[in-house]
Design a protein around this ligand. Structure first.
Ligand code: FAD
Length: 323
């Protein structure tokens, strides 16, 4: 027989956004259910040092932070279920989801916190050196490369923004792009070209991230010239892959409004989506900041928005019944 779980607040995703929504939802008495997805704890489970999450003087570990967040959510009454949603029906309330396990989830409100994954180049050497010099987030990891040589790979807005951000820490930033012009907005390009800490390498493709062995991690990048085919090596301590992100929104296409980059759109200053009663928080609706603290902040907003939505819906129901 198919199991069914019903709740006032169904949360998809267990990263900082989903777990913060769970903490606030539970404390508002909504007994939330969190469907954790294939990556319980979200992206921070894949990293080590986190130095910018407020409240901790010393460096903390990403997986430890997420375990604490989950424990806090459970402590105040949220329920965690390990499943991945594969089907959604938000055409009427209560909303109905189906998990990979066949379990049905029914929510009076739905909080979407499914995140966005960074796109990678797909090289074996990249996989090997992730967290050992290779990163996809300058805001997260740039600080660890103070005074060192770094490179950014990409040619869009994200790549140029990451390169500019890294000049706060490094005097030697190289932007590597496989074409001879950038896709980034003109104003960003102007700022990039005016910055003497940044050098741009055109028509270069990353062949391999070079492992220095032992604790050294990344020591260089092997590049191939797209015009001549010539191979060269750029010595760097940090390599930032900035070729975009992929928001986890396939499930919602055609059901909830998405923007041109497939992020969920929300009403300005809120987490309200195009479907009343459905709220979105964290990286799945935020392509600008993409930080654990902003994900947690919007998770809090989603729970508060959902609580107010339910209070209004309940009030209207009582008022209608009384007429
Ligand atoms: C290597 C690395 C290092 C980072 N370092 C830092 C840092 O130092 N400081 C910082 O502030 N930020 C850092 N970040 C960014 C930070 O991790 C993200 O901004 C944050 O995790 C976003 O939170 P989120 O809850 O929106 O999404 P995520 O953390 O991406 O969580 C998404 C959740 O949704 C679930 N999910 C997806 N699809 C489904 C589905 N169909 N059904 C159910 N669940 C689903 C996943 O299992 C996951 O639990 C780092 C990111 C990476 C990758």
């Amino acid at each position: 027989m198919t199991a069914t779980h019903s709740t006032r607040m169904l949360i998809l995703g267990s990263g900082p956004a989903g777990l913060s929504a769970a903490i606030y939802g539970a404390r508002a008495g909504l007994a939330p259910i969190v469907v954790q997805g294939i990556q319980p704890g979200g992206q921070l489970m894949t990293t080590t040092d986190v130095e910018n999450y407020p409240g901790f003087r010393e460096v903390i570990q990403g997986p430890w932070l997420m375990q604490e967040m989950q424990a806090q959510a459970e402590h105040v009454g949220a329920q965690m279920l390990w499943d991945t949603i594969v089907e959604v029906d938000v055409s009427q309330r209560p909303f109905r989801m189906v998990g990979d396990s066949g379990t049905v989830y029914v929510g009076d409100t739905l909080v979407i916190a499914t995140g966005a994954q960074a796109r990678w180049l797909g090289l074996d050497s990249e996989e090997l050196l992730k967290g050992k010099g290779v990163s996809a987030c300058a805001t997260c990891d740039g600080f660890f490369f103070r005074g060192k040589k770094v490179a950014v790979i990409g040619g869009g807005n994200t790549a140029v923004e990451e390169a500019l951000y890294l000049t706060n820490h490094s005097h030697d930033v190289t932007l590597i792009h496989r074409r001879d012009s950038l896709r980034a907005e003109k104003i960003l390009q102007q700022r990039l070209f005016a910055n003497d800490k940044i050098t741009t390498l055109w028509n270069k493709k990353v062949e391999r991230f070079i492992d220095g062995g032992g604790v050294a991690g990344l020591v260089g990048i092997e590049l191939k010239d797209m015009v001549t085919g010539e191979l060269s090596t750029l010595e760097v301590d940090g390599g930032f892959v900035a070729i975009g992100h992929h928001p986890a929104t396939e499930l919602f296409r055609g059901h909830i409004a998405l923007d041109q980059d497939n992020y969920i759109t929300v009403d300005k200053g809120t987490t309200r989506t195009s479907v009343p009663g459905v709220f979105a928080c964290g990286d799945v609706m935020d392509k600008h900041y993409r930080q654990a603290i902003t994900a947690a902040g919007t998770g809090c907003m989603a729970a508060l928005d959902a609580e107010r939505f339910l209070a209004e819906a309940d009030f209207e129901q009582v008022a209608e019944a009384a007429e």
